[in-house]
Write a protein that binds this ligand. Structure first.
Ligand SMILES: [Zn+2]
Length: 298
């Protein structure tokens, strides 16, 4: 299952997805204008480089993107667009990166909700009482409120974005091996049904950049757990080693729910293979930044 996605160097995903856009890279003129504007309004000289899901592009009141490691202000090993506070980066730089992203996607950073992620199946419904400075401890966020951006952060795990256009509801999920095996994806779909009336047939779902079965080596006890839970297809054995494709588990769960393949997009960028573009906990030998999946109802 392979779908195209767009690497965007543009102001935001809507520009990138407009029919007339000739905009994979800025023209010299627009580059000059943006430089002048950046000097006038801030000292940032780069824009965050993001990947825009094609699946969401028809929806005008929705913004969604996955960040890369490019376009921020953090220094190595967090260079440069790290969005996580808990990894040892200078918090002032993390705030600047968040402000850059908020400016690109036209939201108030103080309204953005991220998570203290714990590799669980805990889901929290977000309303305007939540704030940027007090992220809840969980691994999935859902809301039907406009102008509350939801964010999942990752460095190898799969960030998942969900959109129900019928009920104007969104979700953001952090799913590594533990979360996937704990069925956080089907549980979040169920939670959206309970909270907003979402039918699984109404959903559009995007799996973001994550470590692939090409690079994610696991031990035999984890492999046994995957086999016992019915996910043998997610395992690959080669020269005495065993590798896991977490996305295969997630797609199997969506298949079990009979969600149409046309409503699923997989951004097949392995964060370890593409370590120049993404933070990877394994390829970067553990100390590194976090990319983010972002979704927002306007
Ligand atoms: Zn790989």
């Amino acid at each position: 299952m392979k779908y195209p996605c767009k690497l965007s160097w543009n102001h935001n995903s809507k520009v990138a997805n407009s029919k007339n856009a000739q905009n994979i890279r800025p023209t010299f003129e627009s580059h000059c204008i943006s430089l002048i504007a950046s000097k006038l309004h801030s000292r940032y000289t780069e824009r965050m480089k993001t990947v825009s899901p094609v699946l969401f592009s028809p929806f005008t009141h929705l913004d969604a993107a996955f960040t890369t490691r490019h376009g921020g202000v953090s220094h190595p090993p967090f260079n440069s667009a790290n969005l996580a506070f808990h990894v040892g980066d200078n918090p002032d730089n993390v705030i600047k990166n968040h402000d850059l992203l908020a400016a690109q996607f036209n939201y108030n950073r103080h309204h953005l909700i991220h998570m203290r992620q714990i590799h669980s199946d805990k889901i929290i419904q977000i309303d305007p009482t939540f704030t940027f400075d007090s992220p809840p401890e969980c691994d999935a966020l859902i809301t039907n409120h406009r102008n509350i951006p939801l964010m999942v952060m990752s460095a190898d795990c799969t960030g998942i974005l969900l959109y129900d256009p019928l009920h104007n509801a969104i979700g953001a999920i952090h799913a590594g091996r533990a979360g996937a095996l704990a069925e956080i994806l089907p549980k979040t779909i169920h939670a959206m049904h309970e909270s907003f009336g979402t039918s699984k047939e109404d959903l559009y779902i995007v799996l973001g950049p994550s470590i692939g079965g090409c690079c994610y080596e696991i031990n035999e006890s984890i492999a046994l757990e995957c086999e016992q839970k019915g996910y043998s297809d997610s395992l690959r054995r080669e020269k005495g080693k065993v590798f896991l494709a977490v996305n295969t588990i997630l797609l199997q769960q969506l298949d079990t729910l009979n969600i149409q393949k046309e409503r699923i997009e997989v951004i097949e960028h392995c964060t370890a293979c593409k370590n120049d573009d993404y933070f990877s906990y394994r390829a970067d030998t553990q100390q590194t930044g976090r990319i983010a999946g972002l979704i927002l109802l306007h």
